[in-house]
Design a protein around this ligand. Structure first.
Ligand code: HEM
Length: 192
């Protein structure tokens, strides 16, 4: 493995932009997951601060991703009209489309217009989490830079945090349903 042999490459400006986009994106995912998994972090005021500026940080991530993608499109002379380009860069392009949708709808007007669908749309951010991991692992295979292990460690940490959050939410939902279930059992017993 590249990391063990410490055979890491230096990174380009475009890679640095991708890494910066990833960092900003992770910051948008952090607050809600932190509050649910580690409620104690609320005492630091950090999750609240990130929540306050989440929209701005999300937009920053989008613009950094635009620059990152644009440089590679120019540098590698991608043919935008060739479907193969989109197959090769499927994960990056799919993540980018999700980022674009989130950026376009990250305003009060869209929240009001889209109503319940706005929340559904925002959930695409969790799909992007897996797509971007795939993108990095695929595109950086066999030529990791100094940024790659940091990026992979950070996105893996947020995925683990997200899975813990799902588990906690599932548990608290089933706990809420428990009194109803035991009531039904008691009622059934008395009927029997
Ligand atoms: C149009 C969409 C995209 C294209 C064409 C694209 C292209 C690429 C390419 C070609 C690489 C490999 C760089 C190399 O060989 O040195 C790469 C790496 C990377 N990309 Fe993207 N990308 C896109 C979208 C994104 C998005 C949306 C993110 C957002 C978070 C992202 C984050 C990264 C990161 C973190 C790396 C690894 C950099 C490193 O470890 O040095 N990319 N991308």
């Amino acid at each position: 493995m590249q990391l063990l042999t410490m055979d890491l490459d230096t990174f380009s400006q475009a890679s640095l932009l991708g890494f910066a986009a990833l960092t900003a994106y992770i910051l948008t995912l952090l607050p809600t997951n932190l509050i649910i998994v580690f409620p104690i972090t609320k005492k630091t005021g950090c999750p609240q601060w990130l929540l306050k500026y989440r929209r701005l940080i999300g937009l920053l991530s989008f613009f950094l991703a635009v620059l990152h993608g644009f440089i590679f499109f120019k540098k590698r002379n991608f043919d935008l009209f060739d479907i193969k380009t989109y197959f090769v860069y499927f994960q990056g392009v799919a993540t980018f489309i999700i980022f674009s949708l989130l950026a376009i709808t990250s305003n009060d007007w869209s929240v009001k217009r889209l109503k319940k669908n706005w929340k559904k749309l925002q959930r695409l951010t969790y799909l992007a989490m897996f797509l971007v991991t795939w993108h990095i692992l695929d595109k950086m295979a066999y030529h990791w830079t100094y940024l790659t292990p940091v990026g992979i460690a950070a996105i893996t940490a947020i995925i683990v945090l997200f899975l813990c959050r799902l588990l906690i939410q599932r548990q608290s939902r089933s706990q809420k349903n428990q009194p109803k279930e035991s009531k039904v059992t008691v009622e059934n017993k008395s009927v029997g």
